[in-house]
Design a protein around this ligand. Sequence first.
Ligand SMILES: Cc1cc2nc3c(=O)[nH]c(=O)nc-3n(C[C@H](O)[C@H](O)[C@H](O)COP(=O)(O)OP(=O)(O)OC[C@H]3O[C@@H](n4cnc5c(N)ncnc54)[C@H](O)[C@@H]3O)c2cc1C
Length: 550
Amino acid sequence: MTATEVDAVTTARELVDASKRVIDAAVVRAAIVTDGGAAIDDHQVHVERVAYLATQVRAARELVAYAERLREFRTRDEHAETAALVYTAEATHALRSAIEAAWDDFGVDEAVRELETPELRVAVRSGLDEARVRELGRRVIASNGVNNGDLEDEIAALTREAARDFARNEVAPLAQQIHREDLLVPDDLIEKFAAQGFFGASIPEEYGGTGMGYLPMVVMTEELSAASLAAAGSLHTRPEILAHALQAGGTEAQKREWLPKLASGEVLVAIGVTEPDVGSDNANLQARATPAEVDGRRGWRLNGAKAWSTFSGRADVIAMLVRTNPDPEAAGRGLSVFIVPKDPHYGHEWHQTQPEGGALTGTSNPTPGYRGMHSYTIAIDNYFVPHENLVGEDDGLDRGFALQMGGFAAGRLQTGARASGVAQASLEKACQYVNQREQFGKPIGQYQLTEYRIGEMVARVAAARQLTYAAARHFDSRGIEAPMAKLLACDVAVSVSQAAQQLHGGWGYSEEDPIARYVVDALVLPIFEGVKPILELKVIGRQLLAAAAS
Ligand SMILES: Cc1cc2nc3c(=O)[nH]c(=O)nc-3n(C[C@H](O)[C@H](O)[C@H](O)COP(=O)(O)OP(=O)(O)OC[C@H]3O[C@@H](n4cnc5c(N)ncnc54)[C@H](O)[C@@H]3O)c2cc1C
């Protein structure tokens, strides 16, 4: 059989099963070397490699499983089948190359032989065969890159339709102006967004949400993010994080008080975790809360600073993680989440004073992208917060770190979807452009290299999407799937948006073209909710190695 004659799904299945056995062996070996993950910091480079490769293999498995399900239960989708083989071959090749380059570190001499059989080598070549990748690109260029993949879920399919309509009709016409003039997302758009029920996607019906479930929620996020990352696709990430913290650790009274308001958009939320001097090491936050009483009312005085608190000007509350146990040794066991109320402010600078004598002062940090919500550094000066706004009240005291991290886990799932949306928008924009731009007498989309580049993008976007959907179907705030989806999809958004920009030539560098916005928007994705190396080492790596050691 030659490289191009194989059955795509069968071959992809063989490749991904072999790759899984090899990466599993590499994880077991890394678990031994790092003492079950306890000594990750002594082997950071190797653990980062293993975590990333495990993520790619996991994405390949989800994409292959999707193609298989379509073949078995629905109509065959050749596009998905080819994408599955191309991506799986890419992941297998990356795994094989990484092991070759760091043979002793991986220490999987026996296991890797599986990838060296003549059959597997032909399978990899077949998946990466340029004719196959070009053919995938050619077909997708012809359909202008539009994603109508089977969602295997009726509610998710209806949600995609509604969110796509909203994104096209309400968000897209404003997105460029918001970006170029660095505006705040208009209240009118927020009201329409709320009327669609988008804020309540993951809040149960009994608390006023739509309780639509995680898969429809990520599909909705993907569509909104394709129109604008900051002015639509990220609006519900903040309430989502707070809603999770409340559901996990709030009192019943707090859930009844806040969840319906978050779901309806009556209360808009910002998150205040990061500080000017404390980012990834957020168990060691410095902002503090001390017990206080004002006019017989029990509460807390907050002092310190927060950084990069997105939307905190416009928001009605900031979910702030602060130190309630002054002992630095307590680290993450001394933090609590407060729902800090404030008035909405619209500018790049804002100042809020209280009758109780406290103040908050916000100053926005200029950014090249992710515009529409503004991200602020906040000075917190003796700001009074009533005790009933401490999430969990007495039971929530010093338990905030776990609650906040649980919220971030849900946020990461959404960020996998946000990134898939930005990547999809870039792909579509590139397809439209190469269809209409002519050079040397024909559309640039008809050149082999363009077809090949688009084919590569299609396979990567499909892998990121299926990994994110799989994480949504089995969402578990302590699971490894959501961080993996976030890791991979954010990288795919960065690489696909840049490849798409290059296909636009000089015109892609013009601020007038949305592709330039997608590129700068994508750059933030691997930074927040766990900057990429921290996600790889301290979330994915740690979990993989601990599981292998147990
Ligand atoms: C546009 C934007 C919006 C944001 N919105 C919010 C928000 O709404 N609320 C909020 O709380 N935060 C927000 N953030 C903050 C974001 O979550 C942090 O930037 C992120 O967590 C990283 O923290 P840091 O920037 O302090 O980087 P640092 O933690 O200082 O990390 C810098 C680099 O150091 C390296 N590094 C750090 N520790 C290690 C280690 N142990 N091992 C190896 N390498 C290491 C990493 O490579 C990392 O890339 C936002 C950030 C941006 C840019």
